[in-house]
Design a protein around this ligand. Sequence first.
Ligand SMILES: N[C@@H](CCC(=O)N[C@@H](CS)C(=O)NCC(=O)O)C(=O)O
Length: 218
Amino acid sequence: MAGGGAVKVYGAAISVAVSRVLTCLIEKDVPFQLVPLNMAKGEHKKPDYLKIQPFGQVPAFQDENITLFESRAVLRYIAEKHAAKGNKKLFGSNPLEKASVDQWLEAEGQSFNPPSSVLVFQLAFAPKMKIKRDETSIKLNEAKLSKVLDVYDRRLGESRYLAGEDFSLADLSHLPAAQFLVNSDEMIKEAFSSRKNVDRWWEEISHRDSWKKVTEMH
Ligand SMILES: N[C@@H](CCC(=O)N[C@@H](CS)C(=O)NCC(=O)O)C(=O)O
């Protein structure tokens, strides 16, 4: 993956926000180096790391002398900087297409992510960490996620992907959390598969080569 001048991504591929960035780099054919951090030992809270990710989270991203954080901002940067490389359709090609990608990328961050991130923790990580599941929170967030999926199902009845006819950053951004959810809970798997258009969309995006490569790194 790495080559001379490769960009650096700090964190582990298993992390949702890190694998979002890795998928984008693979789609764009941009060589990268994954720099592991030992989060169990709190390396993400050490002063040196806080200089590049002041919130003490992963990923942090480094391209020559610039550093960035916030995975969705990093996606936009990679797609703009490497507009002529790899998948050229990830971030649209005119202001209106870009606005549509941005709109659905915001929907992922503002509407899909809040319930999904709670559910990923409760259903995928808490059991491994031997933390007791919070059933009330699971029910509440499953209901919130269902409402979001209803909106997606209607939208995906009108267009092949969320932002239009091409796979974009907006679809890509959903992959990591959605994969944890459908893998770890039958009810959520059913919430995806019982919605015809969401089901078709999920089958299509989750089988992309870029995403398969990232899941192999998990
Ligand atoms: N909004 C941030 C979220 C990053 C985030 O939540 N990272 C998690 C892992 S997926 C993390 O570092 N958690 C450890 C912590 O918050 O201490 C982004 O998209 O980059």
